[in-house]
Design a binder for this molecule. Structure first.
Ligand code: AMP
Ligand code: MG
Length: 420
């Protein structure tokens, strides 16, 4: 059996970014680039702020004028934000507002709460130090510095930072095209009556939501019958025009599990037994694109690999497919998009429960943070119990053969690090 770390390393090693060597890149308006991955460094063409600005509503002064004992100065100009000031006349103060340019000759701002005004003069109740309440030019960003390196996933605050240096557009990787389908004759869609022996296709909703959270363009082929010919036909169709084919269920070795032989016939497959719980079986491989498909591709230069689409087969159990997606598919998809950071950041938190027996596999336990800052465990950790994933707010990454005692510090990966 493979360790989770080895399985992840193999997956990431195979994930060639779609935007390598200038292919698969698009230029988007900065407002539309949320969650995309940058394909080029963003270099600032200017200092931010571009000039010395006041951080307060108050009066701009030359410290030396007040150091000489005078506490009362005439007000020589008024500087609102967005208006260019005159140089500060010696022995005067300038009325100034937050964000306004500090006039040449002034070296401090006194906030208005520490002043009194009368007859066009201002009296200072405070002696400022040089630089007080002035945000220096370039205090945030220096002209020429890299503010966002290639490989950054664009958060709302990253878009704000790019906009603060005047970037109207950004170069980003195109959206990944992912095909999904679900195997199992027992699967029924919500809205349909439930036949005897049937269950609802919950994984379709979970996986399509997970893919959309990552910004993928999803083609959903729905439920594919448990038959070899149907599975092969869907794979062939999905290989064209998609970077990745993701399936759910049917990757075990039972007679009704057709995904494995179908991928072997249409491409290549490695079946992995990963020493993890939940999860265990995971299939990774590729599906060939036919000659005709390759010739008729409208944009062959934007395919990560012109000859084949990646394939990942997830187990059917709802918690297993959810957890294996978070731990393997998410970093794989992000790396295909060119993201540098694909590993979730974990926290060290106290276990407020005891689990007397360790498992021989690496367990990913559904847990939630309690008001005391410790972790509670969902009582039923079965891979079929989807309730645990909604109740919990993250996964405890528990190493093999490791019992957990109350009070012990464990590695906790919050869902906020795994879902987006
Ligand atoms: P499989 O991996 O096909 O052997 O399925 C393992 C278990 O997961 C079985 O109990 C299936 O009924 C269940 N299962 C498979 N696919 C889904 C799905 N899309 N939604 C909910 N449960 C599923
Ligand atoms: Mg099945």
């Amino acid at each position: 059996m493979l360790s989770t770390a080895d399985a992840l390393a193999t997956l990431l090693g195979a994930a060639t970014p779609v935007a390598l060597a200038g292919r698969g890149t698009e230029t988007l308006p900065t407002l539309d680039a949320l969650n995309r991955v940058l394909t080029a460094d963003v270099v600032s063409p200017l200092d931010v702020p571009p000039m010395h600005t006041s951080a307060m509503d108050g009066y701009a002064v030359c410290v030396a004028d007040l150091a000489q004992g005078s506490r009362r100065l005439p007000v020589s100009q008024r500087i609102p934000a967005g208006h260019a000031p005159q140089p500060l006349a010696a022995g005067t103060a300038a009325r100034i507002f937050t964000g306004a340019t500090v006039p040449p000759g002034a070296d401090a701002v006194v906030m208005q709460e520490q002043t009194e005004t009368a007859d066009g003069d201002v009296t200072f109740l405070h002696t400022p130090k040089a630089g007080e309440w002035i945000t220096a030019q370039g205090a945030d960003i220096h002209k020429g510095s890299v503010i966002l390196p290639a490989g950054t996933r664009l958060t709302p605050q990253a878009l704000g930072l790019a906009a603060s240096v005047g970037c109207a557009t950004l170069d980003v990787a195109r959206r990944l095209k992912v095909a999904v389908f679900f195997t199992g004759d027992e699967l029924t869609m919500p809205g349909e009556p439930l036949r005897p022996g049937a269950i609802y296709n919950s994984n379709r909703f979970t996986l399509s939501g997970l893919l959309r959270n990552l910004g993928c363009e999803v083609t959903d082929y729905g439920i594919v019958p448990d038959r070899l010919d149907a599975t092969r036909a869907t794979l062939r169709e999905a290989a064209n025009g998609h970077d990745l084919i993701l399936t759910c269920g049917g990757v075990s070795v039972g007679e009704e599990d057709h995904v494995r032989p179908a991928v072997e016939a249409e491409g290549r497959l490695a079946m992995w037994q990963i020493a993890m719980k939940p999860g265990k079986p995971l299939a990774f491989g590729a599906v060939r694109r036919s000659e005709v498909q390759r010739q008729t591709q409208t944009q062959p230069q934007t395919q990560a690999n012109a000859d084949e689409a990646f394939f990942i087969g997830l187990p059917g159990n709802p918690v297993s497919s959810f957890v294996t997606f978070l731990l393997f598919v998410r970093p794989f998809v992000l790396r295909l998009a060119g993201a540098t950071h694909v590993s979730p950041r974990a926290l060290s938190l106290r276990a407020d429960f005891t689990q007397a027996k360790g498992d021989r596999r690496n367990e990913f336990l559904r847990a939630r943070v309690n008001p005391a800052g410790g972790l509670d465990l969902f009582p039923n950790q079965s891979s079929a119990v989807l309730t645990s994933t909604v109740w919990g707010d993250g996964l405890i990454d528990n190493p093999p053969h490791h019992p957990i005692s109350a009070g012990e510090t464990v590695r906790f990966i919050p869902f906020t690090e795994l879902l987006y």
